[in-house]
Design a binder for this molecule. Structure first.
Ligand SMILES: Cc1ncc(COP(=O)(O)O)c(C=O)c1O
Length: 478
């Protein structure tokens, strides 16, 4: 057998090969799980197919040939009016959707637990977010739900609102009931971050996609649960939407690379072809096997998010592609034991929870191995439900765009009351920011953060330098 010798000055390559050599069973993205489902007909050396816009190969920025056909197929199979390939993940789609829908200063109703790409899009567009809070599950301590009326009430109170951003499903595989949103609010654009739901349109056993629930613009991360290569994602225009396609094209032209990867684009058409031909059967099988696993783990004493949680804390349904275990004070140790003793790699973990992700490349066999490992390790006893406290949302005095470009300095957290925040401060979990750039620290927020730190909670956005330091916006005296 040929022995591959890696020169010392290729650390990235060496690191990737070393990880691959561990042959871990993947319960993380990408959804193809190492199987060649997205590039079924591609066996040539990668070099031959790493192409660029040559005659006959069309142009992603002005598609009229094979890319236009592939995008048209995606739209048809997923049930969209039109679909646009993304080669920089769902991130690019979210930024393009907001850039297409919003002008500087426009009001946009935004979930407080939005992905960082939404905050980046606010900086790009100069839009003004008004936030709505998710429901935090008191046992898992995570933002799993959303009460529909809260969103509609907030939208109804904002006559100038231009757009609503919907986060559905959550990273943890929960969906909320957004069916009343389109009938209840008709005056603007609904943008759905469906990064974790690219598989939804392809199986009746899965939650409904925002595409059939009245969203205008829907962003899906095809690489997360379907078979596309990492970074392969798609931005859809809803079938019934009257949103102008040219605005989407202009925004994508602004934000996407002029050298899109043909391998990623080919993997997008391969992934959606695979999903449209065998998705119904495959996801039904996976959903049934996942349900069995969840029941057996529950019987074994584990606290798993299950169908019994539907109807509580704003959760209206579950995506079987996500298995969420509550592991009080043991998540990090368990993730390590699973990796080192059982060769199983989870998607996400913290001290109190572990998340496993199923994708188009999974089979009942991988779930079998996960079940055996978890039952061998033995259940972690559920902890007591926490008392949750979310301080009221702070006053926003600068848009994210103004805050981003304003000069900043570091001060002690204890001196922050009355100052304008320059960073994002979020306890993790749940990861929902308590304050974001451009908002004013109240005394209540400072006291809450100090108390939470004294309880040992980990905070993103706080730097230890003798005492706790945070970023504020420098006062200019103007
Ligand atoms: C909810 C949500 N939206 C958007 C994204 C961005 O997706 P991508 O990594 O494909 O850019 C992520 C990434 O994890 C996410 O969790």
């Amino acid at each position: 057998m040929e022995v591959l010798i890696i020169p010392d000055d290729l650390p990235l390559t060496a690191g990737m090969l070393a990880h691959a050599a561990k042959q871990r069973l993947s319960f993380h993205t990408p959804g193809h799980k190492g199987r060649r489902i997205a590039l079924p007909f591609i066996d040539q050396a990668l070099g031959d197919l790493d192409l660029t816009e040559l005659p006959g190969l069309d142009d992603l920025h002005h598609p009229s040939g094979i890319i236009a056909q592939a995008q048209g197929n995606y739209a048809r199979w997923a049930g969209a009016k039109s679909s646009y390939f993304l080669v920089n993940g769902a991130t690019a789609g979210i930024q393009a959707a907001l850039a297409a829908a919003l002008d500087p200063g426009d009001l946009v109703l935004t979930p407080r637990n939005a992905h960082k790409s939404v905050y980046a899009a606010m900086v790009i567009t100069g839009a003004k977010p008004v936030y709505y809070l998710p429901e935090i599950h008191p046992e898992f301590g995570l933002p799993l739900g959303q009460v529909p009326d809260k969103v509609l009430d907030k939208a109804g109170a904002l006559p100038d609102l231009r757009a609503i951003i919907v986060l559905r499903p959550t990273y943890y595989g929960t969906v909320w009931d957004m069916s009343g949103l389109r009938p209840g609010w008709t005056s603007g654009v609904i943008i759905a971050d469906e990064a974790h739901g690219a598989h939804f349109p392809f199986c009746s056993r899965l939650p409904e996609s925002a595409l059939t629930l009245g969203a205008d613009l829907v962003v899906q991360g095809t690489h997360k649960t379907l078979g596309a290569l990492t970074q392969g994602a798609v931005l859809h225009l809803g079938r019934e939407s009257s949103f102008a396609g040219e605005r989407i094209e202009r925004a994508l032209d602004l934000l996407q690379t002029t050298s899109p990867s043909y391998l990623i684009m080919a993997s997008l058409e391969g992934a959606v072809w695979d999903a449209s031909t065998r998705g119904e059967q495959q996801w039904t099988g996976l959903a049934e096997r996942a349900q069995q696993l969840v029941e057996r783990l529950t019987a074994g004493g584990w606290r798993v998010l299950t169908e019994r949680d539907v109807g509580t804390y704003g959760i209206a349904g579950l995506d079987p592609a996500k298995i969420l275990l509550h592991t009080p004070a043991s998540g990090v140790r368990l993730a390590r034991d699973l990796a080192e003793s059982f060769g199983i790699q989870a998607e996400l973990w913290d001290n109190d929870n572990i998340l496993f992700l199923l994708g188009a490349g999974d089979s009942a066999d991988s779930l079998e191995k996960l079940e055996r490992a978890l039952l061998r390790l033995g259940a972690v006893q559920p902890g007591a439900a926490r008392k949750l406290f979310q301080p009221s949302l702070p006053v926003q005095v600068l848009t994210p765009r103004h805050a981003y470009f304003a000069p900043k300095s570091e001060i002690s957290l204890t001196e922050a009351a009355g100052k304008i925040c320059g960073g994002t401060l979020a306890p993790y979990p749940p990861g929902v920011p308590v304050i974001v750039p451009g908002e004013v620290f109240s005394q209540e927020i400072v006291e809450y953060i100090c108390w939470s730190l004294s309880q040992g909670v980990y905070w993103q956005g706080i730097r230890q330098k003798g005492d706790e330091q945070i970023l504020i916006i420098k006062e200019t005296g103007a």
